[in-house]
Design a protein around this ligand. Structure first.
Ligand SMILES: [Zn+2]
Length: 390
């Protein structure tokens, strides 16, 4: 069995609303090039996806919605009233070929799920996936189809496995939460900037699931300016205890890197240290508590060249158990190819230089707010012992 697989296809780059849209697929190619340039991505690790069929898409979406996306995709022109379904808006403008592009992103996560279900790989990464905002009958937050929901329902259908979903994007994973809100077989855990300050506004500690699914949704809404240490304190307090108690057969994780301090769309203050620690910890916990099965996706990330390729190359290195030195330099060939595409000077190191890190104002207030949130979560989930030392 190969240790880890990387799903990639140049056709992923067709998921482009328009050239000036913040969700820029160029980051996928830049990441692929960087991982290869650093010798971290061998050809036999790369697998290519097929577009997800309408039958698969219907695991997450209504036939009416799939049909509408297909029709809009043919003309690339918006029609009357579609804003109601989140399409033809500033966030999710209509473009020709959108159905094909979005189906391929879903197909990438399905490909990852198939490898895991077949037992041909234990860890698979699809950076084109992680489109966690799309709902059953609507687009939202740059997400047309929800690859995560499709793939998790596919895994459930094929295996009956219990799934732990861990969402580390700066935004709440509302589309995934909604899909499994009453399902006790899927534990949906999301750490994100509080919805009081950021899109989509949901993801409070009160949202804990409903019916049979009560107690299998857990939200950690973080204060603006949350730094690596405070983020990791929450992550390390909650995730291993949930895994120990819930006993998932597989972990599905979303790795949006818009929590970075330079990201323009959120207000968190993470650095590449977080993007190294999160998969390093998950890697240990997946082996200890989830039979070693791990499907990971990308997600948000709007510093397209200066942050995303580094964050996701580090993610891949950790997933595939390849060591990377803290002083790893970005290859000259990569900089020569991508610097002309960037208005700012691209970093020379794989990891952020700590000297560039901004001083956080109100650091104490941020820390106190996050600790208060952890206390509230501990009170809502008494059986997990979140308030006792590990
Ligand atoms: Zn995001």
């Amino acid at each position: 069995m190969v240790p880890a697989l990387f799903v990639y296809d140049e056709a992923f780059l067709d998921y482009e609303f328009h050239p000036d849209h913040p969700f820029n697929p160029k980051r996928l190619k830049a990441t692929y090039d960087l991982a290869k340039g650093l010798g971290l991505l061998q050809a036999d690790r790369v697998v290519s996806p097929e577009a997800a069929s309408s039958e698969l898409l219907s695991l997450a979406h209504s036939p009416h919605y799939i049909d509408l996306v297909q029709r809009l995709s043919q003309t690339g022109k918006k029609t009357h009233g579609i804003e109601r379904l989140g399409l033809g808006t500033d966030d999710n403008p209509v473009f020709a070929g959108m159905h094909e592009a979005a189906s391929l992103a879903v197909g990438g996560t399905i490909k990852a799920a198939q490898e895991l279900v077949n037992g041909s790989a234990q860890r698979v990464l699809n950076l084109a996936g992680g489109l966690h905002h799309a709902g059953r009958g609507h687009a939202s937050g740059f997400c047309i189809y929800n690859d995560l929901v499709v793939a998790m329902r596919f895994i459930q259908r094929e295996t009956g496995w219990r799934i732990l979903y861990v969402d580390t994007d700066a935004h709440h994973g509302d589309g995934v939460q909604d899909a499994f809100y009453d399902d006790p077989q899927v534990f949906v855990l999301s750490l994100h900037e509080s919805g009081q300050f950021l899109f989509p506004g949901t993801g409070s500690v009160e949202e804990i699931g409903t019916g049979d699914g009560q107690g299998t949704t857990l939200n950690v809404p973080l204060a603006p300016a949350t730094d690596d240490d405070s983020w990791l304190e929450a992550f390390s307090t909650i995730v291993p205890r949930v895994m120990e108690r819930f006993q998932p057969d597989i972990v599905v994780s979303q790795h949006g890197c818009d929590s970075h301090y330079r990201d323009p769309l959120a207000d968190l203050c993470a650095s590449t240290r977080l993007y190294d620690a999160v998969p390093r910890l998950l890697s240990q916990w997946v082996d200890a508590y989830a039979n070693g099965r791990w499907l990971a996706t990308g997600g948000g990330g709007y510093q397209v060249l200066s942050v995303v390729p580094r964050a996701w190359t580090i993610l891949w290195a950790q997933m595939s158990r390849q060591a990377i030195a803290p002083d790893t330099a970005i290859p000259e060939e990569w900089l020569a190819a991508w610097q002309p595409e960037s208005v700012t000077q691209l970093p020379r190191g794989l990891f952020d230089d700590p000297r560039d890190y901004p001083r956080i104002r109100d650091h104490h207030r941020m820390l106190a707010a996050n600790r208060a949130t952890l206390k509230e979560i501990a009170a809502r989930f008494p059986a997990y012992g979140f308030d006792s030392p590990a």
